[in-house]
Design a protein. Structure first.
Length: 455
C-alpha cells in the first residue's frame, strides 16, 4: 500500500474489514455504543512493520487494541506502541531478560513428531525432568523425549499436571473431541449471574487482579492505565516470570494473600467484597475450590474470567499457555507449512494472550458502564482457545515469510523502578501513574479504604 512512516489513517484504509470485525465483537457485550467510525491507526504503517504470519495476526491485534481503547473513549491506536507491547519488550538497565527457560521449546519424538515443552516455571521444569528420568539439561531432555511417542508423552504430561503439547495439524485438531466441543463458542460469553443495584459511574473502580503471566495481567494493566485502582493478588509461594511482571505491572499495586490459610481467606474475602471488577485467569475452579465461587461475588460487580482451554469439553481443566494452545490446535504446523519451513513456526507474538487480555479489558469497561445503568451482576468468559478460533476465522492461512517483530523506539518509554531503569512499551491508551512494583510490596487493602465505594 506504500503508506508512509508516522502517518495516521482511518482504520479501513489501514486494515480493510476492520470495522466489520469491530462491529461483530462489540455486539457480543452489552454497553454503550463505541465510536468505531472515528477510529484511526497511527504510527509506522509501512508493510515491513506488519506482523508476518499465516494468520491475520495484524488485524486481530489491531482489533483487540481498538476495542480496548474505544471502550475508554480513545479513538486512536498507535501501532508502534502496540507492537512493542505485543513483543513483551522489556529492558532492565539496558539488558533484556530471557524470554524462555532453557528446557522450554520443541523436541523430536520417537514417532518422528514434535512435542513442545513449557518449562518457564521451575517446578514445571523439574517435573518434566522427573517424569522423563533424565539429566536436567537440554541434551538430556532431548535424548529422553526421543524415546517416547508424541501422543503418549503429551498425555503423561497432562496427567502429571505439567505443560506440554503435541504439534498437530489443523485438520487433526478439528477432529479432536475438545475442538468439537468448543468450536461453536463465542469469542466472549456474557452472562448475568445475579441482581445488583446500579453502581455510580464516573468514579475510580477497584479491580481485583488474580492473574499471572500475560492474558489476565494485560486486562488489568489496561484498566489500570485509565485510573482504576488495580490490586494484583498473588501468593509468596507461587512462581512468576519477571519480564512479564514488569511488562504488565505499570500502575498496579501488588499484594500477597495465601488462600490456604484462614487469615488469607479472610483478607481475600474482604477485598472481593469491595471490588467492582474481579479478573480471574487461574484454571477453572481454582477459586471455587477455595471457597470463592461465583456465588461469593458481590452484587453489582463484574467478573472477567480467562482460561486456556475453556470451561467445557474433555480438556476444560487442561493447563496451558498461548504457545501451548498454538501447538495443540495446529497453528504452529500451519506456520511451518505456509512459510515452507522445516522447523516449527509459531505466531510472531503471543497474540492469543494479548488479544484475549485486551478484549477482556474492553468487556470489563463495557459491562461496568452497562451495570451502572441496568444494574445486575455480570460475568464475561474468554479463553485462549476461543481467541484462537476467532483469529483463525478472520481469514484462511496464506503464504508468508517469517520475521521477528521490529520494536521501534517510538513505541517505548523509560522509567525508574524498584527493578532498575526499565524500558518498556508505552501505554496504547490512557496513561501510567507509577512504574511496576515488586510482588507483595503492598498491603492487602484498597486505596482510600475509608471512603465509601458507592454502590
Amino acid at each position: 500500500m506504500g503508506l508512509v512512516r508516522r502517518y495516521c489513517v482511518v482504520m479501513d484504509a489501514a486494515v480493510p474489514g476492520l470495522d466489520t470485525t469491530l462491529d461483530q465483537v462489540a455486539a457480543l457485550v452489552p454497553g454503550p455504543r463505541l465510536a468505531i467510525d472515528a477510529l484511526a491507526i497511527a504510527g509506522d504503517l509501512s508493510d515491513q512493520q506488519d506482523l508476518s504470519s499465516a494468520f491475520q495476526v495484524e488485524k486481530a491485534t489491531l482489533a483487540a487494541a481498538a476495542l480496548a481503547n474505544l471502550s475508554a473513549g480513545c479513538t486512536i491506536v498507535n501501532r508502534d506502541r502496540l507492537h512493542a507491547m505485543l513483543a513483551t519488550h522489556v529492558e532492565i538497565d539496558g539488558h533484556q531478560p530471557d524470554t524462555w527457560a532453557p528446557l522450554s521449546g520443541y523436541y523430536s519424538t520417537a514417532d518422528n513428531e514434535t512435542i513442545q515443552l513449557h518449562c518457564n516455571f521451575a517446578h514445571h521444569a523439574s517435573g518434566v525432568v522427573d517424569l522423563l528420568g533424565c539429566e536436567p539439561t537440554r541434551a538430556g531432555v532431548e535424548q529422553a523425549v526421543a524415546q517416547h511417542n508424541a501422543a503418549d508423552l503429551e498425555q503423561r504430561l497432562m496427567t502429571a499436571g505439567l505443560i506440554g503439547a503435541r504439534l498437530r495439524t489443523m485438520n487433526e485438531w478439528d477432529d479432536h473431541p475438545h475442538a468439537q466441543a468448543t468450536a461453536s463458542l463465542p469469542l466472549i460469553e456474557v452472562t448475568k449471574i445475579g441482581e445488583g443495584t446500579p453502581r455510580a459511574s464516573g468514579r475510580r473502580h477497584r479491580v481485583l487482579d488474580c492473574s499471572r503471566v500475560l492474558a489476565g495481567p494485560v486486562t488489568s494493566m489496561v484498566l489500570a492505565a485509565d485510573g482504576s485502582d488495580v490490586l494484583r493478588v498473588g501468593a509468596k509461594h507461587l512462581p512468576s516470570v519477571q519480564g512479564c511482571v514488569i511488562a504488565t505491572g505499570f500502575s498496579k499495586r501488588n499484594t500477597f494473600v495465601d488462600l490456604n490459610t484462614p487469615d488469607g481467606r479472610s483478607s481475600f474475602g474482604s477485598l472481593l467484597a469491595d471490588a467492582d471488577v474481579w479478573v480471574d485467569s487461574y484454571r477453572p475452579g481454582s477459586f471455587a475450590d477455595r471457597g470463592f465461587g461465583l456465588d461469593q461475588v458481590p452484587p453489582g460487580s463484574v467478573v472477567i474470567q480467562i482460561s486456556a482451554f475453556d470451561w467445557v469439553g474433555p480438556w476444560a481443566q487442561r493447563r496451558g499457555y498461548d504457545s501451548i494452545v498454538q501447538s495443540t490446535t495446529g497453528m504452529v504446523k500451519a506456520g511451518s507449512e505456509w512459510s515452507g519451513s522445516q522447523h516449527p513456526v509459531p505466531l510472531p507474538v503471543q497474540a492469543l494472550d494479548y488479544c484475549t487480555g485486551l478484549i477482556g479489558a474492553f468487556a470489563a469497561r463495557q459491562l461496568v458502564r452497562h451495570q451502572s445503568v441496568e444494574g445486575g451482576t455480570w460475568l464475561a468468559r474468554l479463553s485462549l482457545l476461543r481467541t484462537r478460533n476467532w483469529l483463525v476465522g478472520l481469514g484462511s492461512p496464506r503464504s508468508f515469510e517469517p520475521r521477528s517483530v521490529n520494536v521501534l523506539d517510538s513505541g517505548l518509554h523509560t522509567v525508574d523502578s524498584v527493578f532498575g531503569r526499565v524500558r518498556a512499551a508505552a501505554p496504547i491508551g490512557g496513561g501510567r501513574s507509577n512504574p511496576p512494583q515488586g510482588l507483595g510490596s503492598s498491603p492487602p487493602a484498597w486505596q482510600n479504604k475509608t471512603q465509601s465505594n458507592s454502590h
